[in-house]
Design a protein. Structure first.
Length: 496
């Protein structure tokens, strides 16, 4: 789908040539583009301001059937996210106009004060992600994705970065996979179905998959997962996705193990502490952590990652019923600690502690990262677009934040104050799953998890905000965002 091309733009045979334009600077040293841009700027309605848009049909001097100009505003404010968004907007416009093929002109990187690779990456990412439509539930598929998107650059760059299109397709393909799962309705992804969907998606990859069914969960005494799953007509399970790099003589990195844990609540009704009805339907997205982790394994295996990666994914449906766990119940988690269930709606942490304690004991990971739509409190703190990162290891936390800056999956460092652990005290069990205070819910949730990871280098990413969106964005439509896949791919890069 993605391609990097070079050569004479005048002769470029395409349905749509997309040209980014800044209001205060020529971004190209190509006479064809500069000429077209100058002509466009002669028009009153197009000055290259942010949101400026101009589409010319059959302009003279080029073979392209259309030329689309997209305003980027002032050069000073333009970053890679601006490029991603621009490419995304261009592709969306093409989809709307049923244009099957487009060529995006890459600006000169030096003019933008960016690396050439970063510019091409951003354009390819924005284009690929914007080209995804979640339409599997529409009988009539009105919109069609483009069949081909090319990014045009200089011949030497096209050669140097010829490997990029496939890499971006693989990373963003993972994002799209996660988006599809998140957007899917809960009736089509109850724990049995969801785990089968994951197995199916990974079947062609070099990943060993183990599914611990309810019987196995009982044998392993995973009291947290079993307690949360008890109310559903479909039993819970836990997926273990084990990727081994090919052994290499030089690198010792293949001795490193990274565990990724993802919260897989296929629907979170709250359980007996039933949630109010507003927004309840959004709780189909409560498996976004699981989706991101499974999709990251898909991506990592395809990219032949250099470290061992084990995805551990507890999958449950949190429902009220005569069999459901009650507030006040006390369960014994996998680690052996007893947990008082203060609130059945704090279910994510109950399944994560079993998954994480199991992973620590079984795989002794060098690093463990969990992703979870864990708390509304995190959305209150950081809004809907930024995830919270919690870690007892500042270096790991800062690395995740930096990776998120690169992929624009923004993560903000959150504190884990030791004294707040007080708030999780239970009168009769070892710990309680909810805090005794109304405040700081994202922090107390993270502290609860921290009690089950022993000395492991661990970070927790609360993605309750950015896992899905209610309004179309430049390169992501309403629904699952696939947040975390590009981020984790970047984190894995930095770990190896
Ligand atoms: N899945 C929710 C968190 C959530 C809220 C995700 C909003 C996405 C959007 C989680 O299981 C939950 O219910 N958390 C409770 C915890 C409380 C009972 C301590 C919450 O945030 O209210
Ligand atoms: Mn809940
Ligand atoms: Zn939940």
């Amino acid at each position: 789908m993605l391609k990097i091309v070079s050569g004479d733009l005048q002769k470029m045979d395409t349905d749509c040539l997309i040209i980014p334009v800044c209001e205060d600077r020529d971004l190209f040293d190509d006479p064809v583009v500069s000429g077209l841009t100058a002509a466009a700027k002669q028009l009153k309605e197009f000055k290259g301001k942010k949101k400026d848009f101009l589409l010319l049909y059959g302009p003279t001097g080029v073979c392209a059937k259309r030329v689309m100009f997209l305003g980027l505003g002032k050069l000073e404010k333009l970053d890679s996210e601006g490029l991603r968004a621009m490419a995304g907007k261009g592709i969306r416009q093409c989809i709307e106009k049923q244009v099957p093929d487009a060529v995006i002109c890459a600006p000169i990187a030096a003019t933008l004060n960016q690396q050439e690779e970063a510019v091409l990456e951003a354009l390819l990412e924005g284009a690929f992600l914007a080209n995804h439509l979640f339409d599997r539930y529409k009988k009539e598929k009105k919109d069609k994705p483009l069949t081909q998107v090319s990014v045009h650059t200089k011949p030497d760059q096209a050669k140097t970065f010829g490997h990029l299109p496939l890499r971006i397709e693989t990373v963003c393909g993972g994002t799209v996979l996660a988006r599809e799962w998140v957007s899917m309705p809960s009736n089509d992804k109850r724990p049995d179905r969801f785990s089968r969907l994951i197995c199916k998606a990974l079947e062609k990859e070099k990943i060993k998959i183990t599914v611990l069914d309810e019987k196995k969960l009982r044998q392993h005494k995973m009291g947290g997962i079993l307690a949360v799953g008890a109310g559903s007509g479909v039993p819970p399970c836990m997926l273990i996705l084990d990727y081994h790099p090919a052994p290499s003589a030089k690198a010792k990195k293949d001795k490193q193990t990274v565990v990724l844990v993802g919260k897989g609540v296929t629907f979170d009704s709250g359980g007996i502490n039933l949630k109010p009805s507003t927004g309840l339907e959004d709780m189909k997205t409560d498996m976004s952590g699981a989706a991101a982790v499974a999709a990251t394994l898909w991506t990592a295996a395809r990219l032949k990652a250099k470290v061992r990666i084990v995805g551990v994914i507890p999958v449950v449906e949190n429902m009220p019923s005569g069999e459901a766990s009650r507030p006040g119940d006390i369960i014994t988690a996998y680690s052996g600690k007893t947990v008082e269930i203060g609130n059945t709606d704090a279910e994510g942490r109950l399944i994560l502690i079993d998954a994480m304690a199991y992973a620590v004991k079984t795989y002794h990971p060098n690093v463990m990262i969990d992703l979870a739509t864990l708390t509304g409190a995190c959305v209150v703190a950081l809004g809907e677009k930024i995830a919270g990162v919690f870690s007892s290891d500042p270096a790991l936390r800062d690395m995740i934040v930096a990776a998120g800056e690169k992929t624009h999956e923004r993560c903000w460092p959150m504190p884990m104050p030791e004294d707040y652990k007080e708030l999780l005290k239970s009168d009769i069990a070892d710990i309680k799953n909810v805090s005794n205070s109304r405040w700081g819910g994202a922090i107390t949730a993270a502290l609860f998890l921290s009690e089950f990871v022993e000395k492991t280098r661990w970070a927790h990413i609360d993605i309750a905000g950015p896992a899905s969106i209610a309004k179309d964005a430049p390169y992501c439509r309403v629904g699952g965002t696939g947040f975390g896949v590009r981020l984790l791919a970047e984190v894995l890069n930095r770990l190896s």
